[in-house]
Write a protein that binds this ligand. Sequence first.
Ligand code: NAD
Ligand code: IPM
Ligand code: MN
Length: 352
Amino acid sequence: MSRTYTVDVIAGDGIGKEVVPAAMRCVDAVARDEGFTIRWRERDWGSERYLADGAMMPSDGLDQLADGDAVFLGAVGTPDVPDHVTLWGLLIPIRREFLQYINLRPVRLLPGITSPLRDAGGLDVMVVRENVEGEYSEIGGRSYRGRPEETASQQAVFTRAGIERTARFAAELARTRSGRLVSATKSNGIIHSMPFWDEVVADTVSDYDGVALESVLIDALAARAVLKPGSLDVVVASNLFGDILSDLVAALAGSIGVAPSANLNPTREFPSMFEPVHGSAPDIAGKGVANPVGQMWAGALMLEHLGRPEAARRIVAAFEAALADGVRTPDLGGRAGTDEFTDAVLAQLGVS
Ligand code: NAD
Ligand code: IPM
Ligand code: MN
């Protein structure tokens, strides 16, 4: 009997509802051809559920996901509900409770795409983002609401174990590539946590022969990404720096619509989650023009994680071939809608 993988699918909000079905068609097609099955467990979790029931997901939502092989997520967020409510009601608890402490975000210039840069030569970056601590923390509070004394405090949390496991993952990845590893820091302005980040990263990476570590201040790193993108390979960053940097490099590669994101629990104690880097894009939602490449590529990363590298490779090759053929969504300067682009990818896969 062929192997079956159980994947929870949360299309979520906005264009998530458009790009997720597109990517599922590609994953299903290649799975059929490669002789395995994805059993999708579709979850209608998201902002509509919140507006109807007051919760983004059921109270035992995480338990419902725990026995699956992976989670396939679209996007979360709507202009009708504050973002911290929707994101801390669904996406962030999954990342944190399932110890998806690595957020891996590959970005490269795909065939046929014009970068907004005059020369994006060699743009091929792996952002390794710390995904469960750092600047994203629940510690803090607000007081004197609405009064002139009103105050908000937000406490970043960095742990030795958290930094070390992220740096280790990044160093191991760098070793399989050029050996060049850049660590994003801000140890000039952030007096406690960033010097600590630098020390633990340097300590950890010193175990890896053949990996050259360079620590670069995040502001200068942003400029360098624009001016010399080819000088970057693996970049390891804290939660917030990695978030910002990944949208920046994705835009340099033509559109944030093409970038995928793997929220990994490397110990495999819990399911990992695969999603695009972009959000729910309310400005284009419902128009059928969303670029599904980021979601398809996330599907490929998921297949790789599930131990199906050939299926993953085929999906990437198929959307690359469709792009090279000139089929492109409007964010990339083309005229194809989501469905038309997806049909072109399916045709490249040689299955329907
Ligand atoms: P966004 O990524 O949704 O959109 C930014 C811009 O990029 C928009 O102009 C949008 O049209 C465009 N864009 C994004 N994805 C695209 C695609 N696939 N094809 C074509 N164009 C695309 O970011 P935002 O506008 O800052 O956020 C919108 C909502 O999404 C907010 O509620 C935010 O909190 C949420 N968000 C969710 C996630 C997630 O669920 N992982 C990620 C980022 C933002
Ligand atoms: C991302 C998103 C999220 C993040 C938001 C929506 C909380 O921007 O996945 O990049 O900052 O992690
Ligand atoms: Mn982001």
